[in-house]
Write a protein that binds this ligand. Structure first.
Ligand SMILES: Nc1ncnc2c1ncn2[C@@H]1O[C@H](COP(=O)(O)OP(=O)(O)O)[C@@H](O)[C@H]1O
Ligand SMILES: [Mg+2]
Length: 114
């Protein structure tokens, strides 16, 4: 989980210019959610479905140093066995928000007792 959160935070820092980053947790539909939100450059709608792909950085020409496109791919992989769902909302030039949705307690107990 620390790995996943670190990926989201480093992306928020990398892809925004001196903007605030808002970290929020809340309960909704009996589940805990954790949101990491920035006010950076955002993600082009046509790229959104690919950001979790291995090695994908961006279709926009960019000069991003140290972009490997591995962070979100590995984060998603790590989230799966933890039953954490990752969701993203982004508007170009306005910002991006990633939300982690945690499993209900009994869902996790069911899995690990199999
Ligand atoms: N918070 C964000 N704001 C804008 N773009 C983002 C954000 N997070 C991810 N992206 C886009 O998704 C791509 C994939 O992210 P990631 O897998 O972490 O790779 P990397 O950080 O090495 O570029 C990034 O290259 C970037 O284009
Ligand atoms: Mg990254």
């Amino acid at each position: 989980l620390a790995f996943i959160i670190r990926q989201l935070l480093t992306n928020s820092i990398k892809y925004s210019e001196a903007s605030d980053i808002v970290i929020k947790s809340y309960e909704q539909n009996d589940r805990t959610h954790l949101e990491v939100k920035d006010f950076g450059r955002g993600i082009d709608p046509k790229d959104i479905s690919r950001i979790f792909d291995k090695g994908f950085t961006s279709t926009t020409k960019h000069h991003d140093h140290a972009s490997t496109g591995m962070g979100l791919y590995l984060a998603k992989k790590a989230a799966k066995p933890l039953l954490i769902h990752m969701n993203v909302h982004s508007t170009p030039n306005l910002g991006t928000s990633f939300t982690l949705t945690f499993p209900k307690r009994n869902e996790f107990v069911n899995i690990i007792s199999v």
